[in-house]
Design a binder for this molecule. Structure first.
Ligand code: VGL
Ligand code: ZN
Length: 201
């Protein structure tokens, strides 16, 4: 067992991000057994769950004449438009059925209609907190390992925000899978190097 200052944060291992889902990440389901095994090593395990209301502003279907994977300008900056996914209470929003869900905490994100939330720490305005940093600090946790979906979106922004907040962050990249939209995976790697995020395999 790792020391008490360490947590495993499992990002968005949900049906809609797995093959057959609305926003399927290639090989998204392949990481489930490895994540389950890794959970046993950590004294704290946190799951995140992308959790959008119907008609969420990150959905292309909410923008007239727009298609999924186009980018629009929101008040908080660029926003990729996604297929409808992880709608609250649907099967697509549920965790992959093989994922261990006996975690200490489940952080839901993306529930505000007008702002998307990739990071486990902040909404996409980079200002509104999810509460995760406070939870970790109150438990004396300063070191986090990230796994889950997708490498270049929710894992990436969680890693960068975690590092910015002063946590020691490792991405266990073999237990992530990427969307890789117009160079987003390469950009993620560059950002991690700059932010001091450690990549492990
Ligand atoms: C995610 C796009 C939209 C993710 C969530 O979990 O990486 N990507 N919502
Ligand atoms: Zn989403």
């Amino acid at each position: 067992m790792r020391p008490a200052n360490e947590a495993l944060v499992v990002i968005d291992v949900q049906n809609d991000f797995c093959p057959g889902g609305a926003l399927a990440v290639p090989g998204g389901d392949e990481i489930v057994p490895g994540i389950n095994a890794l959970m046993a090593e950590f004294p704290a395990v946190i799951l995140t769950q992308d959790w959008h209301p119907a008609g969420h502003s990150s959905f292309a279907s909410s923008h007239w004449g727009r298609e999924p994977y186009e980018t629009v300008e929101m008040t908080y900056g660029h926003q990729v438009l996604w297929p409808d996914h992880c709608v609250q209470g649907t099967a697509g929003a549920a965790f992959h059925p093989g994922l261990r869900t006996d975690a200490d905490l489940i952080i839901r994100k993306g529930f505000r209609p007008g702002v998307d939330s990739y990071s486990a720490f902040f909404e996409n305005d980079h200002a509104t907190p999810t509460g995760l940093a406070g939870y970790l600090r109150e438990r004396g946790i300063d070191t986090v390992t990230l796994v889950g979906l997708a490498t270049d979106f929710c894992v990436n922004f969680s890693a960068l925000d975690g590092a910015r907040l002063g946590f020691r962050v490792t991405v266990r990249e073999n237990l992530t899978r990427a969307i890789d939209l117009s160079g987003s995976l390469g950009a993620a790697h560059a950002g991690w190097t700059e932010a001091g995020v450690v990549v492990a395999r």
